[in-house]
Ligand binder design. Sequence first.
Ligand SMILES: [Fe+2]
Length: 321
Amino acid sequence: MGSVFIDSTIADEERRARLYAGDIFILPPTAGTLALIDLARQMLEEAFAPHDPRKIHEKKTAEEVSAILGKLKPLFIHHPECKEIIPRIMLEHGVDGEKLYFDVPRLRSAYPSHFLSAGIAYAFHPHRDTWYSAPMCQLNWWIPIYPLDANNAMGFYPRYFDEAVRNNSEIYNYYEWNTKSRATAAQYVKNDTREQPKAQQELEPVTVRYLPPPGGIIIFSGAQLHETVPNSTEVARYSIDFRTVHYDDVMQRRGAQNVDSRCTGTTMRDYLRASDLSHLPEEAIALYDDGSGVGDRVLQFGDKLISEVKRKVSDASMATS
Ligand SMILES: [Fe+2]
């Protein structure tokens, strides 16, 4: 059973080692995280104006909300301010920006279960990110935008951190997923038919929910088993998360133990260095690439989306001019 560190100021190297061993860190809000959630809140409130984004399910249909999120989420992901704020957050927590690589931050939404829990607002079943081609050294940083409720949060299954769970992660190849499924998320409003790695056994239904204040952070290993708690409240939850890897750990192959992940491909091409937004060097990626990508199936998803976003923005401005 892991430990939970609250507002700990231990050095980054020890923190990473503890995270890889299954511990979890809850950090307080900082100027950086407050700037990040302010940006997200502003974008949400504009997109859903004049309604409260947390009550939007009372005002619009699931199809309408899904269509708005389909435009809003990519705009947030690639917002230039995000790429400035995340390196600041790293600095605030003593992380070396020359060695820290992060991927684009995602904006997540969880609506009351009866409303919308598929596609663009997919309610994640219990999973490890390492079933989705994340390396064992990946760390997840998760930040609530509004106050959390225990019935509208993220749930962790700490007992399974070092216990294998029967699963079908072998069906998942990251390159194939990027090519076929991901870009179409906004189409799935009621049901999500995309095949995803799932547990193939009963899980002990005991989750732990950490409830930091808005702008607080939960940091956890990508190998932690976690889920979106089905939202039984009447309020939507919005959160931001991003993933990081540390160069030294990538090169030394340090990280959590792989107890049960058998997916193929790697997300290593997605991370950008905090100091200059460069990608990991090829020799680092080569350590994790299993040769399952063929030709143009090896995509740098972030770059691909940027071009889609540019196209959508220019379409939208043509439509309004
Ligand atoms: Fe996850």
